[in-house]
Design a protein around this ligand. Structure first.
Ligand SMILES: *[C@@H]1O[C@H](CO)[C@@H](O)[C@H](O)[C@H]1NC(C)=O
Length: 287
């Protein structure tokens, strides 16, 4: 019966079109897998973020975590400055869909020391070394991230190119529009810093990342409470690199992909004279 045969041919043709459409629709993902940078070498970025309880903490962590959710192969290490892990941070991490490690360590009370995040970052580095020893895949990148900075996704693409230590400009920091390494012929020859320019590495914590495997080669590399303020970056970098060896990224340090933004401390008004007084419910709601 020719009529039936024609119908079968149409059916076959229809199926062929369907298969072709499916193939072309999925082409971007397909191409992506063939891109060697993505499939063959996409090192994990370990973001190390100390955090402490304050009114704007959840707002800051929400903004940051939702940026990080867009970063591939990212592992967030969040360290609370507290004796115990808080529900606020625990729930935020659980709801984030991120790969994360939640730690806590209380800052020791030390006289005449304003350094923040030292114990937290060192605790995270201890964890990281143990994790890397147990993990088969050793390659990765370590980036020290404040919980209220602003990060472009581009900064994460840049740091995956690092061999040892990569550097790039940081916006709105150190009393400057942009603080950055100065680059000539693809090498760092100086820095433009105005604040404490005599620092060995006058760059902000947000302006560099380190190959994670180096932390296994240098088991004693850590931050120190003994250095003056602004010297934490130099303290950790001295273990791994020299000015001459720094790898300038972000188009030879001509682009700003991270900003040292600060969340203003909120001022809360007296609510005693309100017509409808604050209820226990208001006071207990998580902000
Ligand atoms: C950086 O500068 C070097 C030397 O001038 C040049 O060869 C290289 O292509 C530049 N890199 C980028 C990403 O612009």
């Amino acid at each position: 019966m020719p009529f039936v045969n024609i119908k079968k041919q149409y059916l076959a043709l229809g199926m062929l079109i369907f298969v072709l459409l499916f193939f072309f629709n999925s082409k971007p993902a397909f191409q992506c897998q063939l891109n060697p940078e993505v499939s063959v070498y996409l090192p994990t970025i370990y973001g190390i973020t100390p955090t402490y309880a304050r009114l704007a903490q959840k707002a800051d962590l929400t903004r940051l975590s939702q940026t990080l959710m867009l970063v591939k192969n990212f592992h967030w290490i969040v360290i609370e400055d507290s004796d115990t892990k808080t529900k606020l941070v625990e729930n935020l991490l659980k709801e984030s869909t991120l790969k994360y490690t939640h730690l806590n360590i209380k800052t020791a009370k030390v006289k005449h020391s304003s350094a923040s995040g030292v114990e937290q970052r060192n605790f995270a580095l201890d964890w990281l070394r143990q994790h890397m020893k147990e993990n088969e895949v050793k390659r990765g990148v370590v980036y020290f991230m404040d919980d209220d900075n602003t990060y472009s996704l581009k900064v994460f693409d840049e740091m995956r190119k690092i061999n040892k230590v990569g550097v790039w400009p940081v916006g709105i920091v150190g009393g400057m529009r942009v603080e950055m390494p100065l680059v000539k012929d693809g090498k760092v020859y100086a820095y433009n810093a105005v604040w404490k320019p005599f620092r060995p590495f006058p760059i902000d914590m947000a302006g560099f990342a380190i190959n994670a495997t180096l932390f296994l080669d240098k088991p004693s590399a850590k931050f120190s409470r003994k250095v003056q303020s602004g010297f934490q970056e130099s303290e950790i970098l001295k273990y791994f690199t020299t000015k001459e060896e720094l790898e300038p990224l972000a188009e030879n340090c001509t682009k700003v992909y991270v900003w040292h933004t600060r969340t203003q401390k909120p001022s809360i008004l007296n609510t005693k004279k309100l017509k409808h007084p604050i209820t226990p419910y208001d006071e207990n709601i998580e902000v």
